[in-house]
Each structure stands twice: as structure tokens, then as C-alpha cells.
Design a protein around this ligand. Structure first.
Ligand code: G3I
Ligand code: 9MR
Ligand code: ZN
Length: 541
């Protein structure tokens, strides 16, 4: 059921909490009757009138809204319209997103590299350990580094520092803001009933990142991959090509310093020696950054064609690192550095992407208990509130209630969807008023089915969720269902793969999506598309 083609009724396929706003997104004409039906008995329990339809810029269709917020009785329902079209079933309950939150977090376990995924924890998606050979440092006299562990980045098996730092930062921030959301064990092999599993899982990645710091210089290697991507159904343990570590980059070193300083703070309560190791690593990385104020942006060496994660601008990573180091240590030299970067206009201070880390610096500074520069704090806070207000304004006009403009349906648009929701929630937290929360929740509804494709973009969640992500283990493991809890990149107007170019030509931005393995530019999965979704759901459970 693709809304665009058939006209249909899109809802969050998991459902809605009793007291929340509940809006079905209905394609086609407005001002018509719609019914809320008990899914089990088929009996109508409530009916209402849709609003006037309007053309939604991002999806290119006429949409009207069926608002059934008034109905608060728990149960399993569906929405039907006058033509007998029906939505997928959904729940109204006060416990709707708990399992989804667990699944989105558990996904990180499935991304683990260098260890057997045991049946006890991985079920049918178990597999043997992978990528255990020490990697060659590219372009040096033969030197090998044992950088095993960490998470695979995505549908490929590369391991890249900046995206890994974004993913860990989102999860640690979620834990700092919503500790009670992580009370339940997942469980993981390390679960000990003492340290929350989210911290066990992040530690798995942090330990890998520590191995990516050049012991000789303190700089951090940009990435670790084979020369080329393996075939599309190669299981991780069958990927035996030589592994290469590419040269150090300033962006990797900057976000390494940021995330390690953050980890030093978060882990201090559970493991003082690990926390100290993280801080020391962050300080060494900072020293490298100071020695290299101007450093060229990373480019893939000629023989290496795996993900580049190129980024010419490293000031945002330095800004974030300074903020976290100041927040964790209280040392004035970091405060001064932060104040200096904060004066620069060359980077965005509210973005949370793998290339644009400025938002993490701003959030860290505003959440810090250290003494602040009052003028700077006011300016950053005002900027954050203004950005959130802009996102809310776009959301209010959007047919599906989200904050993406048509030109923002780029590769990994679902990261922007979740990043924006995260920013809205953080703006609320820092202003002390829940002005933007309802918009953030609409972003969750979109991710889980209330979108023009009528699909849940997370594997295993919802009646009609994506089935064919660009994810090599899901393709190669012989198990019918994909690995669960994975967030797809989502609609991408750029259409940078052959399948999208051939089959999605002419589609509107929000409809430029195909649930097929071949379409890596619309339907791949990554750790850093999952992580902001964990943050956002943590607020609503
Ligand atoms: O930022 C510009 C924007 O200004 C412009 O309007 C828009 C028009 O297309 O493009 C935007 O840039 C895009 C960028 O992503 C935004 O983050 C590029 O076109 C697009 O090519 C780029 O895609 C990246 C892709 O790698 C190709 O480099 C994705 O962000 C990134 O998530 C993805 O990462 C891959 C790794 O390389 C390998 N592992 C899997 C992973 C996910 O697919
Ligand atoms: O599978 C690769 C995916 O993980 C990457 O995100 C993507 C973009 O770099 O590239 C995919 O690999 C494709 C390659 O770029 C072109 N030939 C087909 C590959 C997919 O099987
Ligand atoms: Zn691996």
C-alpha cells in the first residue's frame, strides 16, 4: 500500500498513547467522514470529519487529517474512510513504544564486529566472529594495528570514527537525559544488573575507538575498512579481504575527543579506571588538535573506495571537543577554546549529523554545570530555541507533521527526521517548557508508518515494515526476516543508486524510496540513523 499510488490512510503502525494527539494522514479529498473501528470486533467506536485537504509539498499529494485525539480508550483499532479504505491496525495504550525502544537499542548488538553473535542473544540472526585480523596502516612502512571490535557502520562492514562518535553521543545523551528509560536489561552478554546495558553496548564501540587512536601521535585514524565493499550478501565472517586503517583526520580526532570526554563523565560512576582512560585519550586527542590547527579534510586514498565520510570543516568537531572537555574537567583552557570557536560563523551550532557536530557542543555547554560565559550561554540558548521554533513551524505546515523541507529528503533523510525531533526535545528541556514535544512525537509517527509510503521504516516494527534493507547480514544469513530494529535511511531525492535512478525517477522527495536491497541510497541502515531514534523514543516511554 503506497499512499501515493492508491490513496490510503497512514498511521503510526505501533500506535498512540492514550492522551496524545492522534492524527491519521489520509490521501485525497478532505471534509469527509472517517471512522475509528475496533480492529478485533469490527465495530465502529467513534467517528469524525477530516479537515480540508491541502497539497503537501514534500510528498506531492493531497492530504487531509483525521484527528481522533478525543478517543482515549485503550484497545486495538484501525481507521476507515467512506470508501472502505482502512489503515493498518494500531494500539491506543499507555505502553506503546517500550518494545520499539528496546529493539532500536538492541540493533547495536547486531552491528557488533569481532565477536560471535550468540544464539542466546541474537536468535536466528546469530553468526560467527568476523574481522579479527589486525589491519594494515595505509601508506606506511608495514605496520599492523589490532583494531578489532566496535560496530559495523551500516549495511557494509566498514568502521568509521566520526559516524561511530555520533552514534555513541546520541546514546550517552539519551542515557544522561532519560536514565529511567534504560532500566530494563536488553539483555546483553555483559549485562550485570549494575551498569545499564546502554552503557555496556556503547563501551563496546568506545573500546574500538580507543584502538583507533595512533599511539605514536594521539591523532585518530579516520576509518578501518577493506579496499572495496564486499558483495551484497557476504556474511561478516566470510569477508576475509585485507583490512586497512586510513590516515588520521582532524574530524575523527575532534569527535573522538568529544565522545571520550563525554564517556569519562558518564562512566565515572560505574568504572573509574575506564573513565580515566577515556579522559586521558580525549586529552591526547586534544593535544594533537592543538598541534594541528589547520589540517586538510579527509579524502579516500586512491585504492580505497569504501565510505569516505569526507568533511572539510573540522571547527565544529573542535568546538564539541572543547565543550565536553570543559564540562568534564572544568579546566578554563577548554572554556577559552570553546568561547573562541563559538565566535566563528563558519559552522552550524545546532546540527547533529556525522559531518556537522556543532549541536553536540552547544548542547553540552548549555547542559553543563560548570561556570558559563553568561552572554554566550544566552546567545546559544536563543539560537537553539529559534532553530526549534523554525522546525516546529515547518512541521505545522507539513502534511505528515514533520520538519523536513522538500530539499531535505537526502541520503539518510530519516536521520534528519530523528535529529530534528531530538533537537525539539532538547530545546524543551533547556527552556523548561514542553512547547515542542508534540511535534517531536509526530516525527516518531512518521518513522513508524505515518508517511506517504505507508511504511514503517524500522525492520520488525509495525504490520508493514521494511523487509529488504541494504544490509549484508540480512541478505546473506538465510533467515527470511531482516535483522530487527534497524532504521532505514528513507526517502532520498538524490537517487544515487541505479535502482533509484531507474525506478524512482519523477517521484516526489518524500516518495523517493524503495524497499529493495539494491537501493542503498534509500534503504541502507546505519548505526547513526538508529541512535537518534533511541534518544527520541527514550522521551516517550
Ligand atoms: O549536504 C548536501 C545538501 O546540501 C544537498 O542539498 C544535497 C543534495 O543531494 O546533498 C547533501 O549531501 C549529501 C550528503 O550525504 C548529506 O549528508 C550527498 O548528496 C550524499 O551523497 C551524501 O550521502 C552520504 C553517502 O554515504 C555517500 O557518501 C550519506 O550521508 C552517508 O550516510 C553515507 O554513508 C554510507 C557510508 O559511506 C558507507 N557505509 C554506509 C553508509 C550509509 O549509506
Ligand atoms: O554496499 C555499499 C553501501 O554500503 C554503501 O553505502 C554504498 C555507497 O557508498 O555503496 C554500496 O556499494 C555499492 C557500490 O558503491 C557500487 N556498486 C554496488 C555496491 C552495492 O552492492
Ligand atoms: Zn566485522
Amino acid at each position: 500500500m503506497n499512499m501515493e499510488q492508491q490513496g490510503s490512510i497512514a498511521v503510526n503502525q505501533l500506535g498512540y498513547r492514550n492522551k496524545d494527539a492522534k492524527i491519521a494522514r489520509i490521501a485525497g479529498e478532505g471534509n469527509r467522514r472517517f471512522r475509528l473501528v475496533n480492529h478485533v470486533s469490527g465495530e465502529e467506536v467513534w467517528q469524525g470529519q477530516t479537515l480540508s485537504a491541502f497539497e503537501d509539498a514534500a510528498s506531492g499529494i493531497m492530504v487531509s487529517w483525521g484527528d481522533f485525539s478525543a478517543w482515549e480508550q485503550p484497545g486495538t483499532y484501525r481507521i476507515e474512510d467512506e470508501d472502505g479504505q482502512s489503515s493498518y491496525p494500531f494500539m491506543i495504550s499507555d505502553v506503546v513504544y517500550e518494545e520499539a525502544h528496546q529493539a532500536l537499542l538492541k540493533a547495536f548488538y547486531y552491528f557488533r564486529c569481532g565477536v560471535e553473535l550468540e544464539e542466546e542473544y541474537a536468535g536466528p540472526w546469530k553468526h560467527a566472529p568476523c574481522h579479527l585480523t589486525p589491519a594494515l596502516v595505509y601508506g606506511e612502512e608495514p605496520r599492523r594495528i589490532d583494531a578489532k571490535g566496535g560496530w559495523h557502520d551500516a549495511g557494509d562492514y566498514g568502521k568509521y570514527v566520526a559516524p561511530g562518535a555520533k552514534a555513541v553521543a546520541d546514546l550517552l545523551l539519551a542515557y544522561e537525559c532519560y536514565p529511567t528509560a534504560f532500566a530494563e536489561p536488553l539483555p546483553l552478554p555483559e549485562s550485570d544488573g549494575v551498569m545499564p546495558d546502554v552503557l555496556h553496548e556503547c563501551r563496546y564501540e568506545l573500546e574500538w575507538m580507543l584502538r583507533m587512536q595512533d599511539s605514536e601521535t594521539g591523532g585518530v585514524f579516520h576509518k578501518l575498512t577493506t579496499l572495496q565493499f564486499p558483495g551484497p550478501d557476504v556474511m561478516p565472517e566470510e569477508d576475509h579481504a585485507e583490512l586497512y586503517i586510513t590516515p588520521v583526520s582532524a574530524t575523527a580526532t575532534g569527535c573522538f575527543a568529544g565522545v571520550m570526554a563525554m564517556a569519562a563523565r558518564v562512566y565515572a560512576a560505574y568504572d573509574a579506571s575506564f573513565a580515566a582512560a577515556c579522559l586521558q585519550a580525549a586529552e591526547r586527542a586534544w593535544a594533537w588538535l592543538e598541534l594541528h590547527p589547520d589540517y586538510p579534510g579527509f579524502r579516500n586514498p586512491p585504492e580505497i573506495s569504501t565510505g569516505e565520510y569526507g568533511d572539510e570543516q573540522d571547527m565544529d568537531e573542535r568546538y564539541w571537543a572543547a565543550a565536553e572537555l570543559y564540562r568534564t574537567t572544568g579546566e578554563s583552557r577548554y572554556h577559552q577554546a570553546f568561547q573562541q570557536f563559538a565566535r566563528q560563523e563558519a559552522f552550524d551550532k545546532y546540527e547533529l549529523g556525522w559531518a556537522d557536530m556543532g549541536g553536540y557542543g552547544t548542547i553540552s555547554y548549555l547542559m553543563s554545570e560548570q561556570e558559563q560565559d553568561p552572554e554566550l550561554a544566552v546567545r546559544l540558548q536563543a539560537g537553539l530555541q529559534q532553530r526549534a521554533a523554525e522546525l516546529a513551524a515547518v512541521s505545522s505546515r507539513d502534511g505528515f507533521g514533520i520538519s523536513l523541507k522538500p530539499e531535505q529528503y537526502i541520503w539518510g533523510s530519516n536521520m534528519l527526521v530523528m535529529n530534528h525531533a531530538m533537537l525539539l526535545l532538547i530545546a524543551d528541556r533547556l527552556s523548561g517548557s514542553p512547547a515542542f514535544e508534540r511535534h517531536a512525537l509526530e516525527h516518531i509517527h512518521y518513522l513508524l508508518g505515518a508517511n506517504v509510503m505507508g511504511i514503517s521504516y524500522v525492520t520488525g516494527l509495525g504490520t508493514r515494515s521494511i523487509l529488504y534493507p541494504h544490509h549484508r547480514p540480512s541478505e546473506g544469513d538465510g533467515v527470511e526476516a531482516p535483522v530487527p530494529g534497524l532504521v532505514s535511511g528513507g526517502p532520498n531525492y538524490g537517487k544515487q543508486d541505479d535502482y533509484a535512478r531507474e525506478h524512482l525517477a519523477g517521484r516526489a522527495p518524500a516518495a523517493s524510496f524503495a524497499d529493495v536491497m539494491e537501493s542503498y541510497a534509500t534503504n541502507e541502515v546505519t548505526i547513526y540513523w538508529n541512535s537518534p531514534a533511541v534518544f527520541v523514543l527514550s522521551h516517550f516511554i
